[in-house]
Ligand binder design. Structure first.
Ligand code: KMH
Ligand code: ZN
Length: 280
């Protein structure tokens, strides 16, 4: 039975340039302000990419640790670090993200064309991420950019066992040029393929760019959860740049309430995902 809606905010990403998207939070102060305001609106998870002093994507270990600590200090949000980074990040740096001790980390389930680039996720790398997260009790969110990624996940869980916490949660990232489209029919296909995963597997979905609204509505009607944020969407409506991540979270909360599936609290979200209570 579907209850409330888990809302994840992905405020920054690694793809947009601050010069082109001035509202993008890139400093720690900007990130913390965004995190607090998005939590107050109804977000329960924050998917984090960080930037350096030039606002370029970085996986600097010191900054990652500082960011995790500061988010924990100022919010009760579940802190999910991106292990995807930017398409240029080496595997060793992506694995080292786990050393910063987040509650959760993303784990992309396969390689795909990513616009003009390639987002490389070799099988051995995925296995490494999955098993290291098991050892460290970090809860994964499996990022699914294409249907075959669900088959890879089934294989991963079959060979290496369930993740920390025992619950499987996936995120359909739809509409990336090179991945599945951000359409209702693609979402239904992905939803149906969850039948091959452990009972109780939950999903959220995000549609890149203009697919954000169709994917949000399709996910809610299929019993799924929502990821929104400026990592995925920088245009609010035709000709209107997104003003802030809060604007996107507020819209998602409104849709969830219309669907009579109000946002989960952070405590409820921890229960759903198998993430230990804050301050473990
Ligand atoms: N920036 C993309 C190449 C993740 O965070 O795990 C990868 C990405 C997925 O955003
Ligand atoms: Zn990401």
């Amino acid at each position: 039975m579907t209850t409330g809606t888990l809302i994840t905010v992905a405020p920054t990403g690694a793809e947009s340039a601050k010069a082109e998207v001035p509202a993008l939070p890139v400093t720690l102060d900007e990130l913390l302000l965004t995190a607090k305001e998005c939590e107050a609106l109804g977000a329960a998870v924050i998917h984090v990419h960080i930037r350096d002093d030039e606002a370029k994507p970085t996986l600097d270990q010191g900054r990652l640790r500082e960011t995790v600590a500061a988010l924990r200090e100022s919010t009760d949000l579940i802190v999910q670090l991106s292990s995807g980074g930017a398409v240029t990040d080496p595997e060793a740096d992506r694995l080292a993200v786990l050393d910063a001790g987040p509650d959760m980390a993303s784990c992309t389930m396969g390689t795909l064309n990513f616009g003009d680039d390639v987002f490389l996720n070799r099988w051995e790398f995925i296995v490494d991420l999955h098993t290291r997260m098991q050892e460290r009790r970090i809860v994964p969110e499996y990022e699914i950019f294409d249907l075959g990624h669900l088959t890879a996940l089934q294989r991963l869980l079959g060979k290496y066992g369930l993740p920390a916490g025992g619950h499987v949660h996936v995120d359909f990232v739809m509409g990336v040029p090179g991945g599945m489209p951000g359409t209702t029919s693609a979402l239904v296909a992905a939803h149906q393929a969850l039948r091959d995963l452990p009972e109780g597997t939950t999903f959220s979905a995000t549609g890149i760019g203009r697919s954000t609204i169709p994917v949000m509505l399709a996910s809610l009607s299929a019993g799924g959860h929502l990821r929104v944020g400026m990592e995925d969407t920088v245009t609010y409506a035709k000709g209107r740049p997104v003003e802030s991540n809060m604007q996107l979270v507020a819209r998602a909360v409104g849709f969830a309430q219309l669907a009579q599936r109000p946002p989960l609290t952070t405590a409820e979200a921890r229960g759903l995902l198998g993430v230990p209570a804050a301050g473990r």
